[in-house]
Design a protein around this ligand. Structure first.
Ligand SMILES: CC(=O)SCCNC(=O)CCNC(=O)[C@H](O)C(C)(C)COP(=O)(O)OP(=O)(O)OC[C@H]1O[C@@H](n2cnc3c(N)ncnc32)[C@H](O)[C@@H]1OP(=O)(O)O
Length: 388
């Protein structure tokens, strides 16, 4: 099987850019990725584009071909939609395309424009990633759904809002110096605790913001990298995907995320590693409780220990397992369709030593990304390794 390397990656600034279309955002990220990779756009054989709420947030038209058009690429171009995991799933499809020998060079990424609508309309648009028929119509929003999961976690395992505030503080700290991050401001536990409520027990600093942005990367086969003498020391060695029941009411328990457990197990087996081999992770912290659930689902911590790990500082930049050194969705921002791809771009840079936080993980060789859709109804997990 062909090994897949990350030849280069590009990001736009994640933030409030309502005047920019998804097409323009993806064009910028894609150009940056091509330049970083040193790959000719004529060599790109397929484009994989993640986007969630395009039709609801803007009138751009058929987003699949538009992604390639934005970059002047003359190749098949497809949009992938899996809610907040859209570009994580697109990365998986792109990896498989190269592994199967169907292409030597692909461009994959995603974009989302969210701030051109008022927050209430964006909240409604996001909610279609949940069970629109039975739960959203009864008033459930995403902050509301994760609030239910947080309540269930506290009831089953104990823990407090203050424990989770450590995750927000850590991720804001990690984003300091990340020029692409929406928030580059330090906060303390007290600030997080005193912030206004969004959906109890979730308060402002437990939530990711609403973000416009794009991410892209060029993936190449081992043989293409060798023939073109590319400097591409990072490979995607494992990929996994899982799904769960959409409605919270149909799940056996709200304190576990089986889609992420399945995706993680598949990706680890694919890469031939164990959770113990992982040096750092970028996980889907759309709400602080989601980070705790993610690091448990991936097998880094026992059920009920994710929140304690944050309190004990085990997931900080200097901890045993640094999590979300980019700033995570919490501070870097969450342009839904771009998030999964952005995690892979950030992870490749962290491992290659070209990220602002690379020094914190100078000896790291194995990183994992975890991108969740909806209330973790879908998840894509990737393993990245330094292969030289
Ligand atoms: C699987 C999944 O990924 S599900 C997740 C999908 N995404 C979401 O659900 C988005 C969740 N976030 C939100 O809905 C919104 O950001 C909210 C409700 C938390 C806040 O929205 P609003 O109340 O409209 O905030 P608004 O945009 O007016 O900003 C007010 C202030 O708070 C700040 N702010 C907004 N959101 C956040 C945040 N999440 N964290 C920290 N600060 C924030 C703004 O920068 C602004 O600061 P300023 O006054 O200094 O300029």
């Amino acid at each position: 099987m062909t090994r897949v390397r990350v030849a280069g990656g590009g990001l736009t600034h994640f933030g409030v850019h309502p005047e920019r279309t998804s097409r323009a955002l993806f064009g910028e990220a894609g150009e940056a990725a091509l330049e970083d990779a040193g790959v000719d756009r004529e060599d790109v054989e397929s484009v994989f584009f993640g986007n969630f709420m395009g039709e609801l947030a803007e009138h751009q038209g058929h987003m699949g071909p538009l992604a390639a058009e934005a970059l002047g690429i003359d190749a098949p171009s497809t949009r992938y939609e899996s809610a907040c995991a859209s570009s994580g799933v697109a990365v998986r499809q792109a990896v498989q395309n190269v592994r199967n020998g169907e292409a030597d060079v692909v461009l994959v990424g995603g974009a989302e424009r969210m701030n051109n609508l008022p927050t209430a309309e964006t909240t409604d648009a996001l909610a279609i990633a949940a069970d629109d028929l039975y739960e959203v119509r009864a008033g459930m929003t995403f902050p509301g759904a994760y609030a239910l999961m947080e309540d269930a976690y506290f009831e089953e395992h104990g823990g407090t809002r203050e424990d989770l505030a450590h995750i927000a503080v850590k991720n804001h700290q990690n984003a300091l110096g990340n020029e692409y991050a929406q928030f580059q401001k330090e906060i303390d536990v007290e600030t997080a605790m005193e912030a206004p409520p969004v959906a109890e027990p979730i308060h402002l600093y437990d939530a990711c913001p609403i973000t416009d942005g794009a991410a892209a990367m060029v993936l190449v086969s081992d043989s293409y990298a060798e023939e073109h003498d590319l400097d591409a020391p990072i490979a995607i060695t494992g990929t996994g995907q899982g799904s769960d029941r959409l409605a919270l009411q149909d799940r056996d328990e709200l304190t576990r995320t089986p889609a992420a457990e399945d995706a993680g197990a598949e990706a680890f087996e694919d890469a031939g590693i164990d959770p113990d081999d992982v040096d750092l992770a970028e996980v889907h912290d759309c709400f602080t409780i989601a980070e705790a659930l993610a690091i448990e689902a991936l097998g880094f911590f026992e059920p009920g220990e994710g929140i304690a790990a944050a309190r004990r500082g085990e997931t900080t930049a200097t901890g045993d397992l640094p999590v979300n050194l980019s700033g995570g969705l919490k501070a870097k921002g969450h342009p839904v369709g771009a998030t999964g791809a952005s995690q892979v771009v950030e992870m490749a840079k962290l491992l290659a030593g070209t990220h602002h936080n690379s020094d914190a993980v100078a000896d790291a060789t194995v990183g994992v990304t975890h991108n969740a859709g909806g209330t973790v109804a879908s998840t894509a997990v990737h393993v990245l390794e330094v292969v030289e």
